[in-house]
Write a protein that binds this ligand. Sequence first.
Ligand code: TNX
Length: 497
Amino acid sequence: MKLPVIPYPQQVRQLDGVYRLPEGGIHVTYRQDDTIAPEGYRLTVGAGILIAHADRAGKLNAERTLRQIVRHCAGREIPCCEIHDAPRCRHRGFMLDCVRHFFTVEEIKRMIDAMAMFKMNVFHWHLTDDQGWRIQIDRYPLLTEVGSKRPYSDFGRDYEPGEYGGVYTKDDVREIVAYCEERCVEVIPEIEFPGHATAILAAYPDLSCDGHPVQVSTRGGVHTNTICVSSEKTMEFVKNVLSEVVELFPGKRIHLGGDEAPKDHWMNCPHCQEYMKAHGLKNALELQCDFTNRVAEFLKQYGKTAIVWSDSIKGHNLSPEVTSQYWVGDIDLTAEHLNKGGRTIMSTCGTFYLDMSYGQTAVSTTYKGFETIPGVLPEREAGILGIETPLWTEFIQNFDRLAFQAFPRAAAAAERAWSPAELTDVEDFKARFKLLSADLAELGVVPAPEKLWDMSKPRRIWDALKYWHHAMTRDDIQKFIAQMKRERKEAEYEREN
Ligand code: TNX
């Protein structure tokens, strides 16, 4: 077996001899070396231990590697070696949905530690959705008072009685941000517009096209409650919210959501129709892109760029300055966005979604990752920033379940994003992961049992059926069909124009 390290380094040269761990703890000599790549390092284990790095992230990454080697090589001896390492992808992210279920600051910190152990460097924090608004915004107190609570929860076949809610105060946010900063992890907050907006509209109904009152949602799936994308009042709200958000997050990127935004309201809103005419927008897909472009333009003055889910590129007029995060649908659109000079983060749902059951997405599936995006010009491939693993929490009610869903798949994705593409032996990955799961256990993070990692075909089918039976009631299936029809209609708008 290889050295007990995940993600496996770019280059490992084993040298003769062993290094005996001294009784009083190991002593490391550090050297700053600007020729080393960002986040990269050189670790030499010989007569002594030497770490060379250009930046603080590189130093931390070297220490993460060293800790794994020291703890998991047998006995008090480690093999002498020289490691040259740097990430393949610069974006190695983990997304946590804190809306469908709420996780405490302490739980989030534990998850961040678990991710950072595998050199993930982005924490994408999903903070707003139909079922709750989870970040304090001083100017709009009703987002907390009304928008952060739902009367009960009813996801698929899981019914949880009793009011459910939670909100992160600005101090909570600062605490998470500082915690991530110490670990060289970028925090990307996600504030969803224009879809997944039911909680916003429950608090401020006049931000929708028709102003009808709605309630914070108690169920999953796609909701038609979108904000009105053509009204001044709505734009002012979006800007005011974001100007408080940008102050809290020192990172350069803000996620604007933008997935699953049904166009029903905009098609029936005289104001939206007028806006489309005035701005030469041919259909509602272009209208959504136009909205996103305006918000992205606003963020620019704060030195921030926007990220959106890949649904938002369907209008073809999204600015290439906005990064798209691919999760499902026509991959050609992503190629088109890249070829225009745009960027993408890969979160393909069948590969990287951690909320899927292990029957649907086996460890070996996540480990395979993706090869290339067909149709991308070679000179545009650098726009593929990396990989992110989203963890949606409709069916995840507590931290233990979170850990179960996340590991080992998040570690598999972390290795895919960091290590050389030629590294494809999933069995070797699993052997290393088994050793390292002791480190996770110390954080109270218990991975799924090995028997689930790669099940036989019949068991996978059975497991997938069980998942869908659990996730979907008859009512959900009807809603799902309605959504499919809606998407077909969207495709028609496009073809007609
Ligand atoms: C779709 S993935 C969503 C989420 C759900 C997820 C899983 C994405 C961008 N949107 O709102 O949680 O499916 O059910």
